[in-house]
Design a protein around this ligand. Structure first.
Ligand code: GDP
Ligand code: MG
Length: 715
């Protein structure tokens, strides 16, 4: 047996070799603070949040030991045990068992346990100790344990397990030095702790272990752990994952199972129970609980916040506050940006001589990019709120509340976390479906996730609401209510389609809800601000790349070929251009919805990213005004839209059209990146294509009904 040079067996002296930096895997239950610790060690900024299922893919980072030696650290998704059920848990198992070719094999394991929940957390830790690799146990959340009245003795735990145990508070960086020191140790002891595999099962473990090494090429280190997994889980194929078992191993397994069935031994339960017994003995030894524990503060808060009436009222109030502040708080910075964009544009106009380049800069670049950057303050406010909800742990409560309505449509609350995430962006939302065990439920969740209104649609809604309700006399509450209505419409749509799909395409029993409600925490302001700035930066980067690019291309398409008639009206000029001609071809398809060809250009270009609709309309509609050469400054886009008319002079953006357009954006599949991610996550083109068809089809039909009835009623 060959070991990496820096790993030592007990009793043998070995010094870490200089040839390769050691690889650490960070493992533990969901929400125990792995990513916080990973970020602290590596200086990276992976997303953390106070609810399970935040990390769904492995992430590799570089850290330095206390002596400055480089080390690799892998952050892994959380799991309660190695018996993986969902795709994200399988990542953990496969990395630990050395089955992933794309990931370096971890030499050492940092097992993070939530000290305030030791019994449950030790189950995975116990399985990890079986892996035969050096392990460092991090007792994280010592502050929470302390507040709950648990006095834990790390020294005693260390003695019982035989591996280093380091008390930490990852969020405050406490214990990091000690952890780095432990990681720097040239040799780490292997777990002394061996639990007694119950007598009827022990010989089978030995048999299987030997066969796995001989017949299945398993590294000896992990063979015992895999043997134990095979003897816990009824589903052999699931345990084997991407590395199917040899016939010989299957035979041995079948032989033992048959024998136990004859004897009436429930092997799986026996094994699990004896592990729990060992853990309970251990905990009795190391935890002292002080004082009589009444219900904790979190439990008392939850009595109200997940209450079937108060909980919903609170949820509604939170959402209403969110949208209200998006409108009120953002006003001043938005006016400021608007004014500066206008100033910039007129400065360029004054400084440059008339010509195509000047028009490109003002009508293409400044109009397009400026049109979208205006929405930055509102995007930031949205993400500040989302961060606040994530950091306090309220997100998990929202998912819990949603469990009832979700189960009505055949999904469980766990599916709601990806859907909640989709309010920010469908891409992380769709990736978060990896926490869902049932493949059919996962697919249904993926299919409906883009119906949740993402932050990229925020600018579109905002622009439409501003056009719809121009007067500043209209109370902010009305605007916020319209916004809330759009979000509610998308959410209802997601539920409706989930119900439909579960009834038709993907019939399976509604799953049982097991969801953990992490204790409430004081929000970590720095972390929230960091995530908010990161999202804001991403938004700006998009504005500076995709949106800039599209605005420039679009400007050319609207400017060329030039109408040979020098006296042509702005309308005639743009109608003569390439974009105008293409838009006219599209117009018959969208005219029944009340949209003209210029809106059509926005619809088509926004397939690159939904917010492009705003910059595209900015280019298309401003071009017309500037093309006349009379205007000296940028009109805020809303005014330009309000002035736009059909050829017969009728207003284009009537309130009904604004409303219809918003509904279109609630339902239509308008985002290339989402299509790509659905293709990746479902591994076929079938589902993304289906999604485009059903979503855009629904959008068209709903808008048709809305617009035509609205017109018939005289709006
Ligand atoms: P992961 O799911 O294991 O990756 O956990 P995260 O790193 O995402 O952290 C989960 C939550 O626990 C976040 O809200 C963290 O801010 C918080 N957290 C992490 N470590 C500590 C700690 O030592 N004490 C307290 N009170 N909170 C912590
Ligand atoms: Mg994590």
């Amino acid at each position: 047996m060959t070991l990496p040079p820096h790993i030592s067996l007990p009793g043998k002296k070995r010094v870490a070799g200089p040839d390769r930096s050691p690889v650490y895997a960070m493992v533990g239950n969901p929400n125990c603070g792995k990513t916080t610790l990973f970020n602290a060690l590596t200086g990276l900024r992976q997303k953390v949040g106070n609810y399970p299922g935040v990390t769904i893919e492995k992430k590799i980072g570089e850290a330095f030991s206390q002596h400055g030696r480089p080390m690799k650290v892998i952050d892994l998704p959380g799991a309660y045990s190695l018996a993986a059920r969902s795709p994200d848990e399988a990542v953990l198992r496969d990395v630990l068992l050395g089955r992933r070719t794309d990931t370096p094999q971890p030499d050492r394991i940092i097992c993070v346990v939530d000290a305030s929940n030791l019994e449950r957390n030790l189950y995975l830790a116990h399985q990890i100790l079986d892996l035969g690799r050096p392990v460092i146990v991090v007792l994280n959340m010592m502050d929470v344990a302390h507040a709950a009245g648990h006095r834990i003795d790390p020294k005693k735990l260390e003695e019982s397990l035989g591996v280093p145990v380091i008390p930490c508070e990852a969020i405050r960086g406490k214990g990091l030095v000690e952890l780095r020191l432990a990681m720097s140790r040239a040799e780490l002891p292997l777990a002394r702790h061996r639990w007694d595999v119950p007598a009827p099962i022990a010989p089978a473990v030995a048999d299987l272990q030997a066969s796995l090494v001989q017949n299945d090429n398993r590294p000896p280190l992990v063979a015992r752990a895999e043997a134990l997994l095979l003897l816990t889980d009824f589903d052999t194929v699931r345990v084997a994952g991407s590395t199917p078992l040899s016939d010989r191993t299957h035979e041995i397994l079948a032989h033992w199972r048959q024998r136990w069935e004859g004897e009436g031994t429930d092997w799986s339960a026996t094994l699990i129970r004896s592990r729990y017994d060992a853990i309970n003995r251990l905990c009795a030894d190391v935890i002292r609980r002080t004082g009589a524990q009444g219900p904790s503060l979190s439990d008392r808060i939850d009595a109200a916040l997940v209450h079937s009436l108060w909980g919903w009222l609170f949820f509604g109030a939170v959402m209403a506050t969110l949208f209200f502040s998006i409108f009120t708080l953002a006003e001043y910075p938005m006016n400021w940006i608007d004014a500066h964009m206008a100033a910039l544009s007129s400065w360029v106009k004054g400084a440059m001589s008339a010509g195509d380049l000047r028009d490109l800069l003002t009508d293409g670049v400044i109009a397009g990019v400026g049109g979208i950057v205006v929405f930055l303050p509102q995007i930031l406010i949205l993400f500040f709120f989302v961060g606040l909800l994530e950091s306090t742990g309220y997100m998990a409560r929202a998912a819990f509340l949603m469990d009832r309505p979700m189960s009505k449509v055949g999904l469980h609350g766990k599916s709601f976390i990806p859907l909640l995430g989709s309010y920010a962006c469908a891409i992380p939302g769709i990736m978060a479906t990896r926490t869902i065990e049932n493949a059919k439920d996962r697919l249904v969740t993926i299919l409906v996730a883009p119906l949740m209104s993402c932050s990229a649609r925020l600018p579109v809604y905002l622009l439409m609401i501003a056009t719809l309700l121009p007067s500043t006399a209209v109370p902010t509450t009305t605007k916020a209510a319209i916004m809330l209505l759009m979000y509610a419409l998308g959410t209802l749509g997601a539920f409706g389609f989930a119900w439909l799909f579960k009834r038709t395409l993907f019939q399976s029993a509604p799953p049982l809800m097991i969801m953990e409600l992490p204790p409430y925490q004081r929000p970590h302001l720095r972390e929230i601000l960091r995530q908010m700035i990161e999202r804001g930066w991403l938004f700006l980067k998009n504005a500076g790349t995709i949106i800039l690019g599209i605005s420039i291309v679009l400007w050319f398409l609207t400017a060329y070929p030039k109408n040979p008639d020098p006296a042509a009206t702005p309308d005639a000029k743009i109608a003569y251009s390439l974009a105008g001609r293409a838009g006219k071809i599209l117009e018959p398809a969208i005219k029944p919805l009340g949209f003209d060809w210029r809106i059509g250009i926005g619809l088509v270009t926004s397939f690159a990213a939904r917010e492009v609709f705003v910059s595209s309309t900015a280019v298309v509609f401003n071009v017309q005004h500037f093309a006349g050469g009379k205007r000296a400054e940028v009109t805020p886009l809303r005014a330009a839209l309000r002035a736009a008319t059909w050829p017969d002079g009728a207003a284009l953006f009537t309130p009904l059209v604004c409303f219809t357009l918003m509904v279109y954006y609630v339902f239509a599949m308008q985002c290339m990146s989402t299509v790509a991610i659905v293709k990746r996550e479902t591994n076929s083109w079938r589902w993304p294509l289906f999604q485009i068809a059903y979503m855009t089809g629904t959008a068209w039909i709903l808008c048709f009904i809305l617009y035509q009835t609205g017109r018939a009623l005289g709006f």
